[in-house]
Design a binder for this molecule. Structure first.
Ligand code: NDP
Length: 255
């Protein structure tokens, strides 16, 4: 085994990736597979392309359908993972949505939808994974997908529900890290800045033009630029990193 495999390799690990059918989840799932993990993808509409790409590259993956806001669907998906793979070592808790609307324009139903998927959904997934890890003595790693929006307030678009959901997710991460540290389970969050994915690529050009001068690196990030961060948080090398929020945003939050 090479030095880097020793530090960061995920061979023999079972990784669950929510929202791995497109965007960041797809790219990171493919990256985790290249690092050696077997991948179980959970999403509402399936992840055939991700599975095909992983298998074509010589990895192992399968897709399960579940809505992360529905506890029974998530429990069934995790039971399937146990049946097929026998363990849950890593969770990239990535499924999420964003609604750009001012607070007075957005409905309460829209607020609830964002909080339900981005916060309660990640809680339901982390809880299902934590239960398995605790019962089976698995010293796993859970990586919650937060955002720089959990730390800063984006402009010029308004997205109070998204910002609040991600700020709460960062503190949920710290809470679970402390609660589950006696079991050797680590819980960290990842907070990207603007990343070019279907969520942001469909964003009107004038909005993206307004973002550019505010990003010290003067560009959006690529999903590929998050693979290393997730592999680090998933691997043995981050054994003493717990309850942390890893910000990958081209220095946006520094201003
Ligand atoms: P995409 O819209 O490209 O992908 C979102 C994924 O989440 C899809 O695979 C979708 O699958 C899944 N998903 C959404 N709702 C649910 C649900 N209720 N149950 C199960 N799966 C669900 O988004 P991104 O890749 O851009 O974003 C991924 C994560 O990264 C999100 O949490 C987002 O907040 C975060 N993020 C994104 C940034 C960006 O600039 N793109 C910046 C910072 C953070 P399906 O519809 O099939 O269920």
């Amino acid at each position: 085994m090479s030095y880097l495999d020793d530090l960061f390799g995920l061979k023999g690990k079972i990784a669950v990736v929510t929202g791995g059918g497109r965007g960041i989840g797809q790219v990171v799932a493919e990256g985790l597979a290249k690092a050696g993990a077997e991948i179980a993808i959970i999403s509402r509409t399936g992840a055939d392309e991700t599975v095909k790409n992983i298998e074509a590259a010589g990895g192992r993956a399968y897709s399960l359908r579940a809505d992360v806001t529905k506890e029974n669907e998530v429990d069934t998906a995790f039971a399937d993972v146990l049946k097929r793979s026998g363990a849950v070592d890593i969770v990239f808790n990535n499924a999420g949505i964003c609604i750009h609307k001012s607070t007075l324009e957005a409905s309460i139903a829209e607020w609830r939808e964002v909080i339900d998927i981005n916060l309660t959904g990640e809680y339901i997934v982390a809880r299902a994974a934590g239960k398995i890890m605790i019962e089976r003595g698995i010293k796993g790693s859970i990586i919650n997908m937060a955002s720089m929006s959990g730390t800063i307030v984006n402009v010029p678009q308004w997205q109070a529900s998204y910002n609040a959901s991600k700020a709460a997710l960062i503190h949920l991460t710290r809470s679970l890290a402390v609660e589950w540290s006696p079991y050797g389970i680590r819980v960290n969050s990842l907070s990207p800045g603007y990343i070019a994915t279907p969520m942001s690529v469909d964003t009107p050009q004038e909005l993206k033009d307004a973002w550019m001068p505010l990003i010290p690196n003067h560009r959006m990030g690529k999903p590929e630029e998050l693979i290393g961060a997730v592999i680090y948080l998933a691997s043995a090398e981050s054994g003493y990193t717990n309850g942390s929020d890893l910000i990958v945003d081209g220095a946006y939050h520094c201003q």
